[in-house]
Design a protein around this ligand. Structure first.
Ligand SMILES: N[C@@H](CCC(=O)N[C@@H](CS)C(=O)NCC(=O)O)C(=O)O
Length: 213
């Protein structure tokens, strides 16, 4: 039996850290939080870099396992804690394929090449440089990709992979929240989808758990 102190989540205050708080809460896994904030001294220090060489948050330590990258952590948790009543990955192979497709799509097309471009070049120009052309392109690209996503769920399904809530919904809703924050609009079918997902108790608990102060 694992002790709570064996499961530690490093990171608060960003959409990526929020995802992992939410996943842990969905699975009802007890954990401790180290309230590291992005680009602060603890994350750039040698001790934290032993856990995550990039100096980025989030990182999860789960007993002997150390894992970073928000989608990677969710996939790890979904794989390891997959036999209780609570699960983050579907069971049948067709749904598993769809799950992985969404996880990759959200991480790369919506996060890394769209919203994170805005974060760097609008939000952190002193570090990454100000490039208005790249930001306009990133907004347009987000719009194109999120419209494609909305086409896939316009059949009215409650969750990305059919009727079962999964880690892909954590990735999508955290990304839509981030999009709201930076003023990237998205189709109404996704607004309706988001509204019913955020009614989950664990979403509200994760908002609290992810607070920087
Ligand atoms: N792909 C990573 C991104 C992690 C990331 O960039 N985290 C930001 C906060 S949201 C960070 O720690 N940035 C510090 C830096 O850029 O040095 C993930 O999804 O976890």
């Amino acid at each position: 039996m694992q002790h709570i102190h064996d499961r530690i989540l490093f990171g608060v205050g960003t959409p990526r850290t929020f995802r992992v708080h939410w996943a842990l809460l969905e699975l009802a896994l007890p954990y401790e939080t180290r309230a590291l904030q992005t680009r602060t001294a603890p994350t750039t220090g040698a001790e934290y870099r032993k856990l995550n060489i990039t100096g980025k948050i989030p990182t999860l330590v789960d007993g002997d396992i150390r894992v970073s990258e928000s989608a990677g952590i969710i996939n790890y948790l979904a794989t390891r804690y997959n036999c209780t009543g609570r699960r983050l990955m579907p069971a049948d192979i067709q749904s598993i394929a769809e799950y992985h497709e969404w996880m990759s799509f959200i991480s790369t097309e919506l996060d890394a090449t769209s919203l994170y471009v805005l974060r760097r070049h609008e939000g952190l120009p002193d570090i990454y440089g100000r490039t208005d052309t790249a930001c306009v392109a990133a907004r347009n690209y987000f719009s194109r990709m999120i419209s494609a996503a909305s086409e896939k769920i316009k059949d009215g399904r409650p969750c990305l992979v059919g009727t079962t809530f999964t880690g892909a919904d954590i990735m999508m809703v955290s990304t839509l929240d981030w999009a709201d924050h930076v003023g990237c609009d998205y189709p109404s079918v996704l607004k309706a989808y988001r509204e019913q997902i955020i009614a989950r108790t664990s979403y509200s608990l994760a908002l609290q758990a992810n607070k920087a102060n």
